[in-house]
Structures are given as structure tokens and as C-alpha cells.
Design a protein. Structure first.
Length: 269
């Protein structure tokens, strides 16, 4: 989980994110090239906005640039051109630890650490009281299975402890994000083969997490894109279509319609 905000101190000359940000995210003419592949522009002139509290789904075939877009928002890299704004401020102007506290990232492959379930959830906010950790687990539909373990929240997970199922790991990650209480949620939707019941639990938990906060979702499920306020369709690093599900399905026969017909909204690049 890249979002621990555990980096000590502040970056020289960079400011903390103000206490009150609305969570509006805008990509403005963002282009990006990886150092190792200088001839390949991975993202080309990307512009879109997620208004405060809005849900934006990003879809596209494998290799379209979806994960790179997520990496730039997480500030793992900086754009070569253009800028990304949080409210009206360039995200690179902010101290990194302070900026990352505003964002929770739920990746497709959930990484849990050795240690207890309690520690794994508290990673989202190390200062949280146990009652808050418990409440986050409940909202994430994780409380019941955690209480089912003999040691409850003190159950050790990982190689030397209990091996959690995919659905259980997802819910611990959602609990971690709920505890963080971020302004912006970045979600790479799992396509892992969860059974129908686990998927229902995970989907309901993610729905609670998204409520009233800006969400950018690398979407793989049709149900997610249908519920999004707007959809951005990426192909080979460019935005080729944008709109709501209804608009894109009613429009001319484009990439989005083809993806919907195939029920395959893009495997992770």
C-alpha cells in the first residue's frame, strides 16, 4: 500500500495540503514518457476533471495507460507536460506525505503485511483508536469474518499466520481506506475470481467507501461504469471517448461499445 503517508518530515519548499480541500481532481494536458522508453508516449495530452464527490470510471484495453494515469495521481512519477490539480493547486506543489494523506489507493493486488489484522487496518491511520478500527472493519463488511477467527483482530496474517481469501484481503484493504477517510479515492477494481458472495460483500464495502468522496476508478466491471458520473475511455494513451454510459452506448459505434459488448472493460495495463 503506497499510501501510508509514513514519510517523515516535509519536503523542502513544499507546503502541506490545507485542512479543507473539496477533492476536485483535474488532469490538464498531461503527457508522460517513461525514462526507460523515451520513444513511447504512454499518455498523450490527457485532460479531464473529477468534480468533488464525483465518480469517474477510466476504461480501456490493456496497455491503454490506465495504470500510468493512477501512478501520476499518486505522484510516483511527474508528468512530462501538463499538470494535475487538487482543487486549484498543482499536486507537485504539496509536500508528498501531506498530499498522500488526502488519497486512499485500493489496488487490484492487495498487499497485506505480516502482523495482525488490526495492524493491517491501522496502517490507514496509525493514530486511530481501536473503536475506529472496529467501525472501519464493520463498514468494510469485514467484522464478521474477523470475529470468526479465534484471535479476532489480533489474528496474525501472512506467511506465519492465517491466509486470508481474496475477498477477505480486499475487505481489509477497504477498511484501511475507510479509516484513512481520504478526500480522493483511487481504486483499481479487482477482477480476481472472487465467488459471487465475496464479490457482493466487496462491492457493498466499496460503495460505502465511495460515498460523498471523489473517486477515480480503473473499472473492469460493467456495473461500476454504469454507476459512474462520467466515463473516460483510454486507448493507446489518448482519451478517445468520454461521457456517461447512456451517452456512450447511444453514440456511434466506438471502442466503449465494443468493450461493453465483450463485457471486458480492460484488463490492467
Amino acid at each position: 500500500d503506497l499510501m501510508a503517508g509514513e514519510i517523515e518530515g516535509t519536503e523542502t519548499g513544499k507546503k502541506p495540503v490545507p485542512d479543507k480541500v473539496s477533492g476536485r481532481v483535474s488532469f490538464q494536458n498531461v503527457s508522460f514518457v517513461y525514462e526507460s522508453r523515451k520513444n513511447t508516449e504512454v499518455l498523450k495530452d490527457i485532460s479531464f476533471e473529477a468534480a468533488a464527490g464525483q465518480r469517474v470510471a477510466v476504461v480501456g484495453p490493456s496497455g491503454a495507460g490506465k495504470s500510468t494515469l493512477a501512478s501520476l495521481l499518486l505522484r510516483l512519477y511527474e508528468p512530462n507536460q501538463g499538470k494535475i490539480l487538487l482543487d486549484d493547486e498543482n499536486i507537485n506543489a504539496y509536500d508528498l506525505a501531506s498530499y498522500r494523506k488526502q488519497i486512499a489507493f485500493v489496488p487490484q493486488e492487495i498487499i497485506l503485511f505480516g502482523g495482525t489484522i488490526r495492524e493491517n487496518i491501522a496502517y490507514g491511520n496509525p493514530e486511530a483508536a481501536f473503536s475506529e478500527i472496529e467501525a472501519a472493519a464493520e463498514k468494510a463488511n469485514a467484522l464478521e469474518f474477523i470475529r470468526g477467527f479465534e484471535q479476532g483482530f489480533d489474528t496474525i496474517v501472512g506467511e506465519r499466520g492465517i491466509q486470508l481469501s481474496g475477498g477477505q484481503r480486499q475487505r481489509v484493504a477497504v477498511a484501511r481506506a475507510i479509516l484513512r477517510d481520504p478526500e480522493v479515492l483511487l481504486l483499481d477494481e479487482a477482477t480476481s475470481s472472487l465467488d459471487a458472495e465475496s464479490e457482493r460483500y466487496v462491492q457493498a464495502a466499496v460503495g460505502r467507501l465511495m460515498k460523498d468522496r471523489t473517486s477515480i476508478v480503473i473499472a473492469h466491471r460493467l456495473s461500476t461504469v454504469q454507476a459512474a458520473d462520467r466515463i473516460v475511455v483510454l486507448e493507446a494513451g489518448s482519451i478517445v471517448e468520454r461521457g456517461t454510459h447512456a451517452e456512450l452506448v447511444a453514440g456511434s459505434d466506438g471502442l466503449y461499445k465494443r468493450l461493453v459488448r465483450m463485457q471486458n472493460l480492460g484488463d490492467l495495463a
